[in-house]
Design a protein around this ligand. Sequence first.
Ligand SMILES: *[C@@H]1O[C@H](CO)[C@@H](O)[C@H](O)[C@H]1NC(C)=O
Ligand SMILES: *[C@@H]1O[C@H](CO)[C@@H](O)[C@H](O)[C@H]1NC(C)=O
Ligand SMILES: *[C@@H]1O[C@H](CO)[C@@H](O)[C@H](O)[C@H]1NC(C)=O
Length: 535
Amino acid sequence: MLTALGLSSLSLLSSCSISSSLIGIWIQPGLNDLITINNTWFSLKGICLNGQQDIKYKYIYYNEQTRCKRCILFIPRHLNALQYRESECFDADDDNSRICGSITPDTVLYTLFRDNAESISCPFDQSWYFKKNRQISSSCQPKAFHNCLSINTFQILYNNRCQSHKDIIAICFAQFSDGNMNYIISRSLNQQRFICFSYTKTKINEKNLLPNEVYLSEDETCRSLLTRESALILNILPNKYYESKVHMPDWTQGIWSSIGIDRIDANTFYINQSQLIMKMHDDQIIKYDLKFLRIIQYQQQQQHEKSIHIRAKSLEQCSSIFYCIKLIYRSSAVIDLSIGFDEHQCKESHIHYTLFKPMTKSNISCPQIGIYKSLNSYQSSLSISTCSTGRWTLSIGCQITNSNELTLTSSCRHDIVPDVHIITSIKGICLASWRTDHRFQRTIILYDKTKAFCLIQPLKSMTASWILSENSCTHTGLLSINVENSLHYLDNCQENNHLLLLSSSSSSNIYLLQRVFYLLFYLTMKVLIYVNVMT
Ligand SMILES: *[C@@H]1O[C@H](CO)[C@@H](O)[C@H](O)[C@H]1NC(C)=O
Ligand SMILES: *[C@@H]1O[C@H](CO)[C@@H](O)[C@H](O)[C@H]1NC(C)=O
Ligand SMILES: *[C@@H]1O[C@H](CO)[C@@H](O)[C@H](O)[C@H]1NC(C)=O
């Protein structure tokens, strides 16, 4: 009787109210065509006749071509994943509840994936490593899953017995749980193949959340996941097994800042036993995230020639990028860092930084003690002074008690009121001082508690000093060798005592002095105005 009715009249009969989570265009692995599910229709199953009252997500469909009436039980799993079980093909006049009653937990389960699904983040923090499976040890098998941070992808690494399988990068797009099992659905980037795996919910394992076993579906229908027997079982290795075995010396570790005049360029470096992280712009951007792989060379001769060479891998991208890192000890508060690509056996480095740790005290004596003065035209790269032109004075190590301190003072006439003198000064401490050639002494000076600059002094004669405006004090460009724009050696510390009195005190005193000048200026002007008014 039903068969006699036309398609359009059947639609009218439809009393299905399909849940919106089922509606959409879906992919069923193994089928070429996309599957449509809407309020009245399910591709290949036909028209929806009605929904079953007793169980949510149970619907009766009728396919006119095959003359099949079926009961479908939908199991919504995730916005992007839908599963269903279906009854056998029944006659049109068979009883609906009998048809639906024929679906049991053993009935085949199909999985549909939403077409053009949006990705979700993959469920593991970093990596899962798998034990070798003895039974299939002669064959190709996955050895690890690596999360490719930030782009919802992960990489499946295979052992070297694989020929066709190259390492795969897949994008995650659905995740759901059933009992204590978690299911992840992903799709490979190049072949668009579905890759599904499941794992038992995590047990607490030394702070790291790791499952015991992972079941990887052997085909892309993902059906085999449901029975432990039919999936590929991967046993997880504890993470510590694969943690870096690099032993970094103490002097390399900690939180470091890079020198540089420009605060916009400010970088922070975190170095510990296992990795180096460089963050830019107040910790907003991670520029480098390098995991140490092995030490290439470690020199520990005299105190000032300690250096370490490390091979490292970037964690940011799926495709591993290898780097070489070189660290050189300058003092307990200063190191030089070079990073290069691992292309030419680590012979070339591309970026160089001198790093420092802010310290309140230092036991490093400042080199080349004396007073240095600028010509009037001196352009300071440090923006500590309101003076655009004026005299700059650098007094290095002139305080008898503290030979590790220096003072940089600028003094100039006020732009508008020539009688007013502006003096600013900063007090710094020498954190490290070293030579890498026969030409220059290089010194890192910490000021304002957290900032530092590099002072370069030619070795030949104590002629000059200049402030470098680069990130590295050791690797400097030719342009930064600037004898013209420098502070010239004037004297040893005995002379100029009165100036020192002004400059070596803390900067707050200087501001006070400045204010006294302003006050005097203000009073003078008052008197002048008063006199003007009177006459
Ligand atoms: C459901 O999909 C079918 C096949 O694409 C289409 O003919 C029908 O008009 C759709 N119905 C609704 C209510 O969108
Ligand atoms: C330091 O090492 C631990 C592992 O020992 C790691 O979890 C941590 O993220 C590392 N990195 C930083 C910047 O502290
Ligand atoms: C300076 O102090 C550090 C510890 O803070 C020490 O290791 C180093 O030997 C000292 N250097 C000198 C020259 O005294």
